[in-house]
Design a protein around this ligand. Structure first.
Ligand code: PRP
Length: 201
């Protein structure tokens, strides 16, 4: 039995389609159920940011999560495969007309991605005052909560519709298949079989 943590929503659906193609079984979560057991797999339906936690503690052998979330958590996990879905970038967002003066010594940044934001600005020799938010990040510069934001950009529509412009890209992200280190050694054959079959879908 292999346990796989999936992030609720579209990425979970796209991943289950890959498993369907790879293993010839239909995998669908029933209504509000958070566990799906079938054909030797246990799928867990968890929050995006919680996927690495389930895998890190060994509650799941495998997980499916964006590179941005992995960078944020800094856990010691194995990345098996780029699933080539959920492509996006982590970028700076600014109020239209604003620019970042890279010569200033500090900046106030609103973000959910505090680790990534801190590293980026510190690499530019700027001290960062972080304002941790959990959603609707685009509002922050508009109401004077922060000088800029660091957020996920997929199409750029959310920033555009809220009067922001997309600034520097900090990192590119896509969804990765990750693995718990102990599971990788104790269930290596099964895990490599999954990796290879999913890779071919
Ligand atoms: C992200 C991000 C933006 C939006 C960007 O939110 O926070 O709000 O997507 O997409 P766009 O460039 O295509 O407009 P997401 O939907 O991932 O939900 P979240 O707020 O839970 O992160």
């Amino acid at each position: 039995m292999i346990t796989i943590a999936l992030p609720k929503g579209r990425i979970a659906e796209q991943t289950l389609e890959k498993f369907e193609k790879a293993f010839g079984e239909k995998f669908v979560f029933e209504d509000r159920k958070l566990i799906l057991q079938k054909a030797g797999f246990t799928f867990l339906n968890v929050r995006n940011q919680d996927v690495p936690t389930y895998v890190m503690y060994g509650a799941a052998d495998l997980g499916v999560v964006g590179l941005d979330v992995l960078e944020e958590k800094e856990y010691d996990l194995i990345t098996l495969l780029d699933l080539k879905i959920g492509q996006c970038k982590v970028a700076i967002g600014l109020k239209a007309g604003d620019t970042i003066d890279w010569n200033r010594s500090s900046i106030k940044v609103a973000t959910k991605h505090t680790t990534i934001a801190k590293k980026f600005f510190e690499s530019k020799a700027m001290a960062v005052e972080l304002v941790k938010l959990y959603g609707s990040i685009e509002l922050a510069p508009l109401v004077g909560l922060a000088d800029c934001i660091v957020d996920i950009v997929e199409t750029g529509e959310t920033m555009k519709q809220n009067g922001l412009v997309v600034g520097d890209t900090i990192m590119e992200s896509s969804v990765q298949l990750i693995c718990n280190k102990n599971s990788y050694y104790s269930k290596k054959a099964e895990i490599l079989n999954i990796k290879e079959k999913i890779e071919r879908t």
